[in-house]
Design a protein around this ligand. Structure first.
Ligand code: ADP
Ligand code: MG
Length: 718
C-alpha cells in the first residue's frame, strides 16, 4: 500500500522537487463506481447501479460478487480487515474490525474471505452506544446495513489497512440508532416532494432530487507537547481555565494570513490523505482566531458529505499527531477568541441538472424558483425551533448568541435583490423589476471593472442565501452535520408537500401558484432579516416578530418532541415518536455527562495543580517579606502582592468547595431532563465562579510556577 505518489524531478532541491500527482492520488483508497464497473460483470454492475440510483435491495448472489470484487481490490491494496463503519448517537463514528481470515482447509491453507452477507449486513454487539431507551441491553440486537450510495474506502493507519463499509445502524425492530438512517430517510422524503414541484413546472425527465451539502470545517491546531500539559484540553477538549493573552485577534492579522511552515506541512499531508479517500479538499486558509484554520471540500450528495465530514475530522486529528500537533475541533477551545463552526452549504438539484435554488438572471420571473424560495421561507419560519435544535451541541452553547457566531435566533438572509423581489410580491403580487448588481469600479485604470453580484454577503446571518444555495452557519465544528441536513430536508419536504397538494389540484395553475407564493411570502416574511444579526437591536426586533430565541442546547431539546415536530417527522417517515423521544433522552444525558466531566476536570486541576502552585508561591512571597524586612528594607510591595494573592486564593478555594458540593448533589437527580437543566443552571455557574479567581491568579503569580501552558503559549506559539 505504501506507494509513493511523489515523482522526483531530477536532482533539484529536495522539498521543491516533489511533484504531487493529485489526479493519481485522488480516490486511490476509494472503491469508486468506476472501479466497480471495471471489476464487476456487466449484469452485476447494472444491478448495483440500479439500487444506487433507485433504491431497493441487492440479491444475495449479486452481493456475493460485489463483496468478492471489493475484497480483492482491498487486499491488493494491503487490507487485512473490514469494518462496518457507522455513526451512532455519540456524534462520531464507530468501527469494529473483522479480518478476512477464514478457516484453513485440510492442508492448513487459508484463503481470505468476504461474503455478500458480510457486506450488506452486520451485527456488531454495540450495545453500549446511547439509545435513549430504545434498546435495553437484554434485547440488544443492533444491525448495520450497507449504505450502497456511499462508496467503501480504505483507512490506513497504524492498525494497517482497513476496508470501511459505510453503514446505517438500526435496532432489532428497525428503529434508527444512528445519524445516517434518518438522514437517508429525509433525503428520500425531500426528493419525492421536490419532484412533485418540478413536475408542476413541466420537468418530466428528472427521476429524483438530490440534497447537496458542502461543509466548511473550522479547527484549531496546538502544539501536542503543550496540549498534553493541559488536563482540560485532554478531558474536555477546551480550556476550562486560562487568562487572555495580551494579544487576541484584534489585529486580524491571522485571518487569511500566510500559512506558517509547520501548519502548511500539516495541511499538505491532510490534503493528500483526504484526496486518497476521495474527499475533494478544496480550500484552506487561516481563520480569524490565532491558531485557527479552515478546510472546505467541494459539495456532494448529502449522505456522502456527512460521511466525508466525519473523515475530515478524523483525518485532521490523525495527521495533526504526525506533525507533533493536536487538532481541537471543540466549538470554543479558548475564551475570548473566536470559536469554531461549520458552515453547512445546502441546495437541492434534480438528477437532470437543475439546481432548484438557482435564481437565474431574472429571479423575479423565475416562478419555480420563487415557489421554492417561498416554501423554504415557510419551512424555516414554521420550524425555526427545530433548525436551531439541529445545530445545538454541548460546545456550541458557547458560540451561538455569543456575539461572534450567528445568534441563537433563526432568521434568513436573502440579500438586497431577493429581499426586494419578496417585498414587491408581498406588496403588489408582482415583481416587475430587479435591483441590478452593476459594475464595480476600482478607480484604477489598469484594473478591470468587475461585474458586481446583485447581493452582498452577510456574515452575521445564521441562514443565508449565497447565490444558489443556503449557508446554514449555526452548526458546531465538532458536531456531525447529519442532524442539520436531516432537519433541513424534512422541513422543506413538508412545505413542498403542502404546496404540491394545493397546486396539483388547482384549476388555473398560473393563478394558484401566484397566489400561493404571495401567501407564503406574506405570512413568513418575518423570518427574513438582512441586518446585523450580532446586534442587541436584532434580539429585541426578533422578539417583537415572535421569533424563537432558544438560548441553549438543553432548552432546544424539547423542540424534538412537540406535537408539531412529531407530526412532521412521522408524516415523512424520518423519525417515529419513540425515536424522537429516545433522541431527546440521549441529548439530555450527553449534556449532563459532558458538563460533569468538565466540572470534575476543573476540580482536579484546581485541587492538584493550581492551588498547590499558588500556595507555594504565597510561601515564597512570605519568605521574601520576612527576608526583606530583616534586611531592614521596606517590604510593602511584596506584602501587598501576598495579600492580593492570598485573597484570590481564598476566593478560589471557596468556589472550589462550592463546585464540589454542587457537582456531588447532581447524583441525587434522577430525571434526565431535570439533571441536564441542573448542570446548565447550577453546575455551570459554579464552574464560572471558580474560573474567575483562578484566571486572576494566573495574572498575578510568577509564570514559572503556573502549572500549565498559558493562552499565549498555546495559540501564538504553534
Ligand atoms: P465561502 O467561505 O466563501 O462561503 P467556501 O469556498 O469556503 O466559500 O465554501 C463554500 C462551500 O459551499 C463549498 O464547500 C462549496 O463546494 C459549497 N457549495 C457551492 N455550491 C453549492 C451548492 N449548490 N450546494 C451546496 N453546496 C455548495
Ligand atoms: Mg469559507
Amino acid at each position: 500500500m505504501c506507494r509513493s505518489y511523489v515523482n522526483k524531478q531530477g536532482k533539484e532541491d529536495s522539498k521543491m522537487s516533489e511533484v504531487l500527482n493529485v489526479e493519481e492520488i485522488f480516490a486511490s483508497n476509494l472503491f469508486t463506481v468506476g472501479k466497480m464497473k471495471e471489476r464487476l460483470p456487466k449484469n452485476v454492475f447494472k444491478e448495483v447501479r440500479k439500487v444506487m440510483d433507485q433504491g431497493g435491495e441487492l440479491s444475495l448472489a449479486t452481493a456475493d460478487v460485489v463483496a468478492k470484487a471489493m475484497k480483492d481490490w482491498a487486499v491488493e491494496h494491503g487490507a487485512t480487515h473490514y469494518t462496518h463503519w457507522f455513526q451512532p448517537l455519540t456524534g462520531i463514528t464507530a468501527e469494529k474490525h473483522d479480518s478476512f481470515v477464514a478457516h484453513p482447509d485440510a492442508e492448513g491453507r487459508m484463503l481470505m474471505e468476504f461474503s455478500g452477507k458480510e457486506l450488506i449486513k452486520g451485527e456488531p454487539d454495540a450495545s453500549s452506544f446511547p439509545s435513549g431507551g430504545l434498546r435495553a441491553t437484554f434485547e440488544a440486537r443492533g444491525y448495520t446495513a450497507w449504505d450502497i450510495t456511499s462508496p467503501a474506502f480504505l483507512k490506513e493507519d497504524a492498525t494497517g489497512v482497513i476496508l470501511c463499509i459505510p453503514t446505517a445502524f438500526c435496532s432489532y425492530k428497525g428503529e434508527a440508532l444512528d445519524k445516517k438512517t434518518p438522514l437517508l430517510r429525509s433525503m428520500e422524503a425531500v426528493s419525492e416532494q421536490a419532484l412533485r414541484i418540478v413536475r408542476l413546472f413541466g420537468n418530466t425527465e428528472a427521476t429524483k432530487v438530490v440534497a447537496s451539502v458542502g461543509p466548511e470545517q473550522e479547527y484549531f491546531l496546538v502544539d501536542r507537547e503543550k496540549y498534553l500539559k493541559r488536563p482540560d484540553l485532554i478531558f474536555a477538549g477546551r480550556t476550562l481555565f486560562g487568562a487572555p493573552a495580551p494579544k487576541g485577534q484584534e489585529l486580524e492579522d491571522h485571518y487569511f494570513g500566510t500559512i506558517r511552515e509547520r501548519i502548511g506541512s500539516f495541511m499538505k499531508d491532510l490534503n493528500i490523505e483526504l484526496w486518497k479517500l476521495g474527499v475533494t479538499a478544496k480550500t484552506q486558509h487561516n481563520e480569524v482566531a490565532p491558531a485557527q484554520h479552515e478546510l472546505a471540500p467541494i459539495y456532494e450528495t448529502a449522505n456522502i458529505a456527512v460521511d466525508h465530514n466525519q473523515l475530515v475530522m478524523e483525518t485532521m486529528k490523525k495527521v495533526a499527531g504526525r506533525h507533533g500537533l493536536t487538532c481541537l475541533l471543540h466549538e470554543k477551545p479558548f475564551a475570548g477568541v473566536n470559536g469554531s463552526g461549520k458552515h453547512n452549504n445546502w441546495s437541492l438539484g434534480t438528477d437532470n441538472g437543475v439546481n432548484l435554488l438557482d435564481p437565474g438572471d431574472t429571479p423575479n420571473e423565475n416562478i419555480q424558483f420563487l415557489l421554492v424560495l417561498a416554501c423554504i421561507m415557510k419551512a424555516v419560519d414554521t420550524h425555526a425551533d427545530l433548525l436551531r435544535q439541529s445545530a445545538s451541541d454541548v460546545g456550541n452553547d458557547h458560540r451561538l448568541g455569543a456575539n461572534e457566531a450567528p445568534p441563537a435566533i433563526i432568521s434568513m438572509f436573502l440579500g438586497e435583490q431577493l429581499e426586494d423581489v419578496v417585498k414587491q410580491l408581498v406588496e403588489t403580487g408582482e415583481a416587475s423589476h430587479l435591483v441590478e448588481g452593476g459594475k464595480l469600479q476600482t478607480g484604477v485604470s489598469t484594473l478591470p471593472d468587475l461585474e458586481k453580484d446583485a447581493t452582498d454577503r452577510n456574515r452575521t446571518s445564521p441562514f443565508a442565501f449565497t447565490g444558489n444555495k443556503f449557508e446554514f452557519r449555526m452548526v458546531g465544528s465538532a458536531d456531525s452535520i447529519a442532524s442539520p441536513n436531516t432537519t433541513l430536508n424534512a422541513i422543506v419536504a413538508e412545505a413542498f408537500c403542502e404546496a404540491a397538494d394545493i397546486l396539483e389540484n388547482a384549476e388555473d395553475f398560473d393563478v394558484a401558484v401566484h397566489d400561493l407564493i404571495k401567501e407564503y411570502m406574506t405570512k413568513h416574511q418575518r423570518i427574513v432579516f438582512n441586518g446585523d444579526g450580532y446586534s442587541e437591536e436584532w434580539v429585541k426586533e426578533a422578539a417583537r416578530r415572535g421569533l424563537p430565541n432558544i438560548k441553549s442546547m438543553v432548552e432546544a431539546v424539547g423542540t424534538l418532541t412537540t406535537e408539531k415536530s412529531i407530526k412532521l417527522f412521522e408524516k415523512f417517515k424520518i423519525f417515529t415518536r419513540a425515536e424522537l423521544e429516545s433522541r431527546a433522552e440521549v441529548l439530555y444525558e450527553t449534556y449532563s455527562k459532558n458538563i460533569n466531566i468538565e466540572a470534575l476536570t476543573m476540580l482536579d486541576m484546581a485541587k492538584k495543580q493550581i492551588l498547590p502552585a499558588v500556595i507555594g508561591y504565597t510561601r515564597s512571597l512570605a519568605d521574601t517579606v520576612i527576608a526583606v524586612r530583616e534586611a531592614g528594607a521596606d517590604a510593602a510591595v511584596q506584602r501587598d502582592l501576598l495579600n492580593e494573592v492570598s485573597a484570590k486564593l481564598a476566593e478560589a478555594k471557596a468556589a472550589l468547595v462550592d463546585l464540589e458540593k454542587k457537582q456531588a448533589a447532581a447524583g441525587a437527580i434522577e430525571d434526565q431532563k431535570d439533571l441536564a437543566f441542573y448542570y446548565k443552571d447550577v453546575v455551570r455557574e459554579a464552574m464560572a465562579a471558580l474560573r474567575t479567581p483562578v484566571d486572576e491568579l494566573e495574572m498575578l503569580v510568577d509564570k514559572k510556577v503556573w502549572p500549565f501552558p498559558t493562552y499565549g503559549d498555546l495559540i501564538f506559539e504553534v
